[in-house]
Design a protein around this ligand. Structure first.
Ligand SMILES: [Fe+2]
Ligand SMILES: [Fe+2]
Length: 452
């Protein structure tokens, strides 16, 4: 079957199966354009759009408005009357060479073994799923903010001896709304929060996402009575910090081993277990608060309180892994935010030291090697956000990617959804830090993706 694919090519890669949709790189005399070059462009490209720099300002103008001195960066949006300048032909190739055009955006038909109807329907389903996911992330921004603020209030209340179970429940309910857990998991890396209180919310969401997926694909029994209890258990894992003075909690100094401050900090799992016992929660929920810092190698400095690893239930071990994952992808005063893929790779190095290898494998199978919302670069140098975790666990390196930037870093208005499990000539060549590429706007850029 045939499918239309859009990509960038150089002059000597053009052939007659292609239609040019943009002239991207133009040599002199277009930069800056001479009087003659302007006349020629207006005559030949009337009705198209030019991306120009004029007096230091960048903008898109109709070609007819070009003036000598403009730096013409690209020409695109051709009306049908310009078909002679968009369908590649020997005459056009000759002309392009003479006129100094060097790089092009083209569309071409590609052949695939899949039947046309199947591919179209499957692709539409994937696009629909990706669109719903993007909408969920946008709809969860307020939930994340409110829930993080509520955690701070709850810890303050707990300091005064009040635990408002209803308030906890109402925020946990929101995280449990269909799809919100996954959306908040994605948001954790898109905004790399530095709020201590967002930690509980994000750990709750990531735990829910990972645990549900592990139970689904392994068929293992879910021990929680319902989704709310599951999320609540992870959400409240650090609530013992309510019994640690705020100055110690918020301090940026590293406390000495065995100091009073360090001992208090390291008591938060025990304090948490006491708090949850008082709330009448079941033993497995208490186990999660009590042992979420207990490592496989109990001799490690960072392992507390001492316990037999055999008494640490699977859910607690998974929570411990999620706890470290969230801390690394978040920003802290003493470190930058790590990208989800590099964090996943780093966690592999802790296997059989902090937790068993099989637990790590489950976590990777659930979140993928490139977790949803990771920013990645493809081998054709386009950049995009990961939209799914592949169902086939052998294809975790081949997720679906919504491309947002072309190889020169220019934004696409519409994001093509590239399914790497189908497009085998493409692959991910590296992960990128969404904050480094888009600054504070990473979450906005993600929410504005218009996928097709
Ligand atoms: Fe903790
Ligand atoms: Fe924690």
């Amino acid at each position: 079957m045939e499918k239309i694919r859009s990509r960038q090519v150089l002059l000597d890669e053009l052939d007659e199966s292609m239609t040019i949709t943009g002239y991207l790189s133009l040599q002199a005399p277009y930069s800056p354009a001479t009087d003659k070059a302007c006349q020629w462009l207006i005559l030949n490209f009337k009705g198209a759009t030019a991306s120009v720099e004029r007096a230091g300002k960048k903008g898109a103008i109709p070609v007819e408005k070009l003036q000598p001195g403009d730096v013409v960066n690209r020409i695109y949006d051709f009306p049908p009357t310009l078909a002679k300048l968009t369908k590649v032909s020997p005459a056009l190739l000759d002309n392009l060479q003479k006129r100094g055009f060097t790089k092009f955006q083209i569309e071409e038909e590609v052949h695939s073994a899949t039947s046309p109807r199947q591919l179209t329907r499957e692709h539409q389903e994937k696009v629909a799923e990706a669109s719903v996911f993007i909408e969920m992330v946008e709809a969860s921004v307020a939930t994340h903010k409110e829930a993080s603020g509520a955690v701070e209030n709850m810890l303050d209340d707990a300091r005064l001896g009040k635990i408002n179970a209803e308030q906890v429940g109402s925020y946990v309910n929101q995280i449990c709304e269909d799809g919100k857990g996954e959306a908040l998991t994605a948001m954790a890396s898109l905004q790399a929060s530095d709020q201590t209180y967002a930690h509980c919310v994000e750990v709750g969401a990531i735990f829910q996402t990972a645990y549900l997926e592990i139970c689904r694909y392994t068929g293992n029994k879910n021990i929680f009575t319902d989704l709310n209890q599951m999320t609540l258990a992870a959400f409240m894992h650090d609530f013992g910090k309510a019994k640690v003075p705020k100055e110690i909690l918020d301090s940026t100094t590293r406390f000495e081993r065995d100091s009073k401050e360090m001992n208090l900090m390291q008591s938060h799992p025990r304090f948490g277990a006491e708090l949850l016992t008082d709330m009448g929660l079941p033993n497995y929920v208490i186990n999660m608060a009590h042992y979420h810092h207990t490592k496989m190698d109990a001799g490690m400095k960072s392992s507390y309180p001492p316990a037999d690893y055999g008494d640490v239930i699977f859910e607690t071990r998974l929570l411990a892994l999620v706890d470290v994952y969230q801390a690394l992808i978040g920003k802290r005063k003493y470190k930058r935010a790590w990208t989800p893929p590099e964090t996943i790779r780093y966690l592999a190095s802790l296997s059989e030291i902090e937790f068993e290898e099989s637990l790590y494998q489950h976590f990777v199978n659930a979140l993928g090697k490139f977790p949803k919302s990771s920013l990645v670069q493809l081998s054709d140098l386009r950049t995009g956000f990961v939209m799914n975790v592949p169902e086939d666990k052998n294809l975790l390196e081949r997720p679906q990617v919504a491309v947002v930037l072309d190889k020169d870093g220019e934004h696409f208005e519409h994001s093509e959804l590239v399914d790497l499990s189908v497009e085998l000539d493409l692959r991910i060549i590296k992960e990128l830090d969404a904050q480094a590429v888009f600054g504070q706007h990473a979450l906005d850029v993600f929410c504005r993706i218009n996928v097709s």
